[in-house]
Design a protein around this ligand. Structure first.
Ligand code: NAP
Length: 281
C-alpha cells in the first residue's frame, strides 16, 4: 500500500483523510491517506521519510507550511510566490513542493458567485493560507488587497511582495487603507483566535469568506451575517484544494462529488450561500 499524509500540529479536527480516502477509494488505488500530527522540531525528519518508494507525498497544514517550504528540492512557481507548501510530491526521491490553496480558494469563490476581477478585497491574517489566497486573487485581477495581521511586519512584507509581482495591484497593510466597500473579506485566522471585528465595516453586498470550516459557522461568519453580509466557510476550498493535490499525485481528476459527500458526513454544509452541495454541480 502506498502512503499519503497530512502534516500539521493539533489537527485532530482535520477531515482531509476522510475526503482524500473517499476519492482514492473510487479511483481504485491501493493508497492510504493518514493524519500525521507533529511539533515543528519533528518536521524535517517526517519530510525526509517521504523520499521512500512507498510514499506518494503529503499535504501540509497549520503551522508547518512555511517550514516545509524550506525543505523542498524543488518548488512550483505558486509555492515559491506563496513561500508556503501545502502539497509535497515524491518524484523518485526528489521532493517537489506545490501549493493548491489558491486553486481551491478560487474555485470555491467562483461557486459563491464572486468574480475577483476589479474587486476590493480585505484579508485578515498574513500566514501561509493568506499568502496563497492573496497571490491567487492578485493574479485573478483584484483591484486592491488590504492585509490586516497581528504581526504587522508580516502583512507589510506580503503587501510589498504582491505589489512587486502584480504592479497594478494596490496592496496595503493598514486598517486605515481599507476600501470603503470591499466585495470580499477573507478571514484566514484559525477559528480559535478571538477576533476584534468592531472596526471591520461589512455590508449586504459583500461576501465574508472564512477559511476555517470547523465549526461550520465561525464567530467571523456570525459577525458578518449579523451585519447582513453573505457568508461562507472553508469547506468547499478544502475539498477543491484536496482535489487539486490528488490530481498532482495521481495525474487524474478526482471525483469531487464523492469528496463533498465524505465531508458532509463530518461537517455541516454552510447555509448561505450554498454553492457547495453536490446536487448543485
Ligand atoms: P499560519 O501560517 O500559522 O498563519 C496563522 C495566521 O493566524 C497568522 O496570520 C497569525 O498571525 C494569525 N494568528 C495566529 N494566532 C493568532 C492570535 N492569537 N491572535 C491573532 N492572530 C493570530 O496558518 P495558515 O496555514 O495560514 O492557516 C490559517 C487557517 O486557515 C487555519 O485555521 C487553517 O485550517 C485554515 N486553512 C483552511 C484551508 C481550507 O482549505 N479551507 C486551507 C488552508 C488553511 P501572526 O503573523 O501575527 O502570527
Amino acid at each position: 500500500m502506498k502512503k499519503l499524509f497530512v502534516f500539521g500540529h493539533n489537527i485532530s479536527y482535520s477531515i482531509s483523510p476522510a475526503i482524500c480516502n473517499a476519492a482514492l477509494g473510487v479511483m481504485k488505488l491501493d493508497w492510504h491517506y493518514a493524519l500525521w500530527d507533529m511539533p515543528a522540531e519533528a518536521v524535517p525528519q517526517a519530510v525526509a521519510s517521504l523520499r521512500a518508494e512507498d510514499c506518494i507525498g503529503a499535504n501540509v497544514t497549520i503551522p508547518h507550511k512555511e517550514i516545509v517550504f524550506r525543505l523542498m528540492d524543488e518548488l512550483s512557481e505558486t509555492a515559491r510566490l506563496a513561500q508556503a507548501v501545502n502539497t509535497i510530491i515524491n518524484r523518485g526521491g526528489r521532493l517537489v513542493g506545490d501549493n493548491t490553496d489558491g486553486i481551491g480558494f478560487m474555485r470555491a469563490l467562483r461557486e459563491a458567485g464572486i468574480n475577483p476581477r476589479g474587486a476590493h478585497v480585505v484579508i485578515v491574517g498574513a500566514g501561509g493560507a493568506a499568502r496563497g489566497v492573496a497571490f491567487a486573487l492578485a493574479h485573478a485581477g483584484a483591484a486592491s488587497i488590504t492585509l490586516l495581521n497581528r504581526t504587522q511586519s508580516r502583512a507589510v512584507a506580503l503587501a510589498d511582495e504582491l505589489r512587486q509581482d502584480t504592479p497594478q495591484l494596490v496592496a496595503a497593510a493598514d486598517l486605515a487603507d481599507m476600501p470603503a466597500n470591499p466585495a470580499l473579506v477573507v478571514n484566514s485566522l484559525p477559528a480559535s483566535v478571538p477576533l476584534d471585528l468592531r472596526s471591520l465595516r461589512l455590508s449586504p453586498d459583500m461576501l465574508a469568506f472564512d477559511l476555517s470550516y470547523r465549526p461550520a459557522e465561525t464567530p467571523f461568519m456570525r459577525h458578518a451575517a449579523g451585519q447582513g453580509a453573505r457568508v461562507t466557510n472553508g469547506l468547499s476550498m478544502l475539498v477543491y484544494q484536496g482535489a487539486a493535490s490528488l490530481k498532482l499525485w495521481t495525474g487524474r481528476e478526482p471525483d469531487v462529488k464523492v469528496m463533498f459527500e465524505a465531508a458532509y458526513r463530518v461537517v455541516t454544509p454552510p447555509s448561505t450561500p450554498s454553492p457547495a452541495s453536490p446536487e448543485n454541480r
